[in-house]
Design a protein around this ligand. Structure first.
Ligand code: HEM
Length: 156
């Protein structure tokens, strides 16, 4: 390699390194160092940690009133359910939480939840959101993120 060539390739290497560092810094800035790009607007629209806690409490209350759905929860520890569901809603809405519960498949296996049971449970969540004053567009955004879980919950 000529001296000019070697100088050019060294400049190119430095420039590439600088671009890489800038991109990494930009990524870290965007993701808050979490390593995952996330948009927290739905989390905020749900009222953040407190809004989600209120919604989960209300949902548990709605479940307890339902003759069809309450029996599924007869042996469930309500504190654990509240905690794990809150984490999950926080996580899927872009909030700063990790979901530490079981997979949807594992936690619903053996319950023989039908499509009708699933739809009734979603209706209870909608009732809870209505009572908590969650606006319809926000409700729809949350329901859209929950919908893909259906296949891991019913007929197991
Ligand atoms: C999109 C809909 C649903 C979501 C996001 C969801 C989410 C969850 C979560 C996060 C847990 C806690 C898992 C853990 O303890 O690690 C859980 C548990 C449970 N879910 Fe669901 N669920 C849904 C639908 C349903 C339906 C339709 C039923 C019944 C009709 C149901 C019945 C239960 C029961 C009984 C438990 C407690 C299991 C236990 O005690 O170990 N879920 N669910």
């Amino acid at each position: 390699m000529t001296q000019a060539n070697s100088q050019a390739s060294s400049i190119l290497r430095d420039a590439t390194k600088a671009i890489a560092i800038t991109l990494t810094a930009a990524t870290l800035h965007l993701t808050g160092c979490a390593g995952v790009t996330q948009d927290a607007s739905l989390y905020r629209a749900l009222g953040g940690e407190q809004g989600i806690a209120r919604l989960v409490d209300r949902f548990v209350e709605e479940i307890s009133y339902s003759e069809d759905i309450a029996p599924f929860f007869a042996d469930t520890d309500p504190d654990r359910f509240r905690e794990k569901l809150s984490e999950q809603l926080c996580n899927i809405s872009g909030g700063p939480c990790e979901y530490t519960g079981d997979s949807m498949r594992d936690s619903h296996a053996g319950m023989s939840i039908s499509e009708a049971d699933f739809n009734k449970t979603v209706d209870l969540l909608i009732n809870a959101m209505d009572k908590e004053g969650v606006p319809y567009p926000t409700q729809n955004r949350l329901l859209k993120r929950l919908a893909p879980m259906r296949k891991d919950i019913i007929y197991l």
